[in-house]
Write a protein that binds this ligand. Structure first.
Ligand SMILES: [Zn+2]
Length: 477
């Protein structure tokens, strides 16, 4: 029997706010434990929470990007559980009445575009971090109360590849809009994945298995592939699949059972009595919508159209907003042919310089206008290719105006035909040996004369003009 996978993801994203979800404590990493804390995030009796408006704004912006319906009257609940990472013994979360409802993310698959539906997005606070030492454990409340947005998808993904494509699209969108850094190593983006299998053609979902708290795309991919295989083997041997939470063991590369449904938590949710509902006006939502940047996908399509650049190049450029912004600032006003040359130079030489120096594009001294001027000088033949390659690292490092530098140092290309002709004559007269070789049928000797002319012109001759000129002169001998 053939089976298909149904995969759904619950993704926790840490919002890029200055302060915590329900108090004014700063969100900073790398601080001494329990230094960014107050009675609210330490759960002292009688301390009252206040909603962080910035967190609401970033969640609504995410919802707008994903095409969700924005709830005008969202409410918070208490999710009760007893564990040292939550001093209040409850987590404040939006259970039944979240901020964003519906929406979706479109991904590319080998069979064409596919939309993964979003069930909802809700806002909540993170728990504290428990650190384990040799003989003791400690709780660090610096992380407690961090605003988290949980994006819950429908079980619409059919493979590990689709799950990764979904997460990649999500991450790209959220980083672009400044909602989150989505730094996986730092735990800014963590996913609970659930997977079940069912016979092809069946519409009812199979028994689902959940794998919690995954924070690497590679781990998620491996865990889903493993679990899809394991469930098929259970089916093949008539072993029932148990609804349970499993854990991914990154070293053994397998999932292992953690807890079954029987001892699943009952959180006894009830409405948070200390917080009023989040009431949003139409004007407020529209004001936040106006802050949204152009989506990476739309930008890619526009850049291909506007600058005539290849799809691959547009793809790479648009992955980093700063790179795409820089390229567009540099290509401003150029015709497509020169913009394409600028793109080639950016993709090869500028990217290489960024890699070597470990700098981000915003940190290099070369202004976008300087790059535009450099490429334009080369396109017009004012400087030749070798001069361009020589000047680029210098301007990248120190900045400056290419036009002024070329003028000041006399780096302008020699493209004047009579001057070049004199160089060619001189090279021929000085090298009777290679001339004889050429006449004896060694056509490759022509390259030697191009080299000589470049030398005589001190590198400023345009090789594109010299080549044909040498060929003509040699043929006439
Ligand atoms: Zn606090």
């Amino acid at each position: 029997m053939n089976f298909e996978n149904t995969i759904g993801l619950e993704t926790h994203v840490q919002l890029k706010t200055r302060t915590k979800m329900f108090c004014g404590c700063l969100l900073k990493t790398g601080c001494e434990p329990n230094t960014n804390v107050c009675p609210v995030c330490l759960g002292y009796p009688g301390a009252l929470p206040m909603i962080n408006k910035e967190a609401v704004k970033l969640t609504v912006m995410s919802g707008l990007m994903l095409g969700c319906e924005i709830n005008r009257h969202a409410t918070f609940d208490r999710k009760n559980y007893f564990y040292p990472d939550m001093a209040k013994d409850y987590q404040i979360s939006e259970n039944g009445n979240p901020l964003c409802i519906g929406g979706g993310v479109t991904i590319e698959t080998p069979n064409g575009p596919k939309t993964i539906r979003i069930n909802h997005i809700h806002l909540e606070e993170d728990a504290a971090k428990i650190n384990h030492y040799a003989t003791t454990s400690g709780v660090d409340f610096n992380r407690g109360g961090t605003p988290l947005m949980e994006i819950v998808s429908e079980p619409d993904m059919a493979s590990a590849d689709e799950a990764i494509a979904y997460l990649t699209a999500l991450k790209e969108m959220l980083v672009y809009a400044g909602v989150s850094d989505c730094n996986l190593e730092e735990g800014n983006m963590r996913s609970d994945v659930n997977i079940s299998i069912r016979p092809v053609g069946e519409t009812k979902l199979g028994t689902k298995v959940e794998i919690k708290n995954m924070n690497s795309f590679r781990g998620i991919h491996a865990a889903l592939e493993y679990e899809a295989r394991r469930q098929r083997e259970c089916m093949a041997h008539s072993i029932p699949i148990v609804q349970e939470t499993r854990r991914w063991d990154g070293e053994a590369l397998e999932t292992a059972s953690m807890r079954s449904k029987e001892n699943a938590h009952d959180y006894r949710y009830f409405p948070e009595p200390d917080l009023v509902p989040v009431a949003l006006s139409e004007e407020q939502i529209e004001a936040w919508r106006a802050l949204l940047p152009e989506q990476p996908k739309a930008r890619r399509a526009r850049m291909i159209e506007e600058y005539g650049i290849a799809e691959y190049d547009a793809d790479v450029l648009s992955q980093h907003k700063a790179n795409a912004d820089y390229f567009e600032a540099a290509a401003k006003g150029l015709d497509k042919k020169i913009a394409k040359q600028l793109c080639n130079l950016f993709m090869s030489d500028v990217m290489a310089l960024l890699n070597e120096s470990g700098k981000a594009i915003g940190e290099c001294a070369m202004r976008p206008e300087a790059l535009r001027s450099l490429v334009t000088l080369a396109a017009k033949g004012t400087i030749n290719g070798p001069t361009l390659k020589e000047l680029l690292p210098e301007i990248f490092e120190k900045g400056g105006d290419p036009e002024a530098i070329v003028k000041e140092r006399g780096l302008g290309a020699v493209s004047d035909a009579s001057a070049l002709e004199a160089f060619v004559d001189q090279a021929i007269a000085a090298n009777p040996g290679p001339v004889a070789d050429f006449k004896a049928g060694k056509k490759a000797a022509a390259g030697f004369f191009v080299g000589q002319v470049m030398k005589l012109s001190k590198g400023k001759a345009d090789p594109k003009i010299v080549g044909p000129l040498v060929a003509k002169k040699l043929a006439a001998l």
